[in-house]
Design a protein around this ligand. Structure first.
Ligand code: COA
Length: 150
């Protein structure tokens, strides 16, 4: 798998981005403001992540997705490690990520990649998403915030 920054004149892989975040409005907004990286296998885009500078010396991993038929093969972990290296290159001291209380696999993945839970943004999904989101039989209501020093 090869990872590179999306060129300014390239379209971001919206289907993949929407698989991580169902809000097209939010995705379009942060893709414009952030840095989008795409992962290739042969010539096919199989992964994506978006980094956003949020505060001085802090970036947030606002979106990460791997194509469904390529999940569970370690590509998600590789993308996260690439994002951590990119945060360092940008001179940041902290990388943050947020995920739903219902995103059990993602919570496992982020902690396996060195993130620690720092807080809960209560009712985040109720405030920002018009549709109800369910995963693993649990409604997404709160956002779990995680972070790590880079
Ligand atoms: N319990 C425990 N560990 C879990 C888990 C679960 N339910 N689900 C995943 N993991 C672990 C895996 O075991 C693996 O760890 P290991 O290498 O120690 O075995 C790690 O998390 C994930 O491995 P990887 O294969 O690198 O992940 P991936 O390529 O499948 O990508 C996502 C992960 C989240 C990017 C991918 O599933 C995806 O695109 N999901 C839809 C979009 C999404 O939810 N994005 C994140 C929004 S917060």
């Amino acid at each position: 798998m090869k990872i590179r920054k999306l060129a300014l004149d390239e379209q971001p892989p919206m289907d993949l981005l929407l698989s991580a975040d169902p809000s097209r409005t939010l995705v379009e907004e942060y893709v414009l403001r952030g840095q989008c990286f795409v992962a290739y296998l042969n010539k096919e885009i199989i992964g994506v992540y978006v980094l956003l500078l949020t505060r001085p010396e802090t970036v947030e991993l606002v979106n990460i997705a791997v194509a469904e038929n390529h999940r569970g093969k370690g590509f998600g972990k590789q993308l996260i490690h690439h994002a951590i290296e990119q945060a360092k290159r940008l001179g940041c001291k902290t990388i943050e990520v947020g995920t739903g209380n219902s995103s059990i696999g993602q919570l496992a993945l982020y902690q396996k990649c060195g993130f620690r839970i720092t807080g809960i943004d209560k009712d985040f999904f109720l405030r920002h998403y018009s549709e109800e989101i369910f995963e693993n039989g649990i409604q997404a209501v709160d956002m779990v915030r995680l972070s790590q020093d880079v």
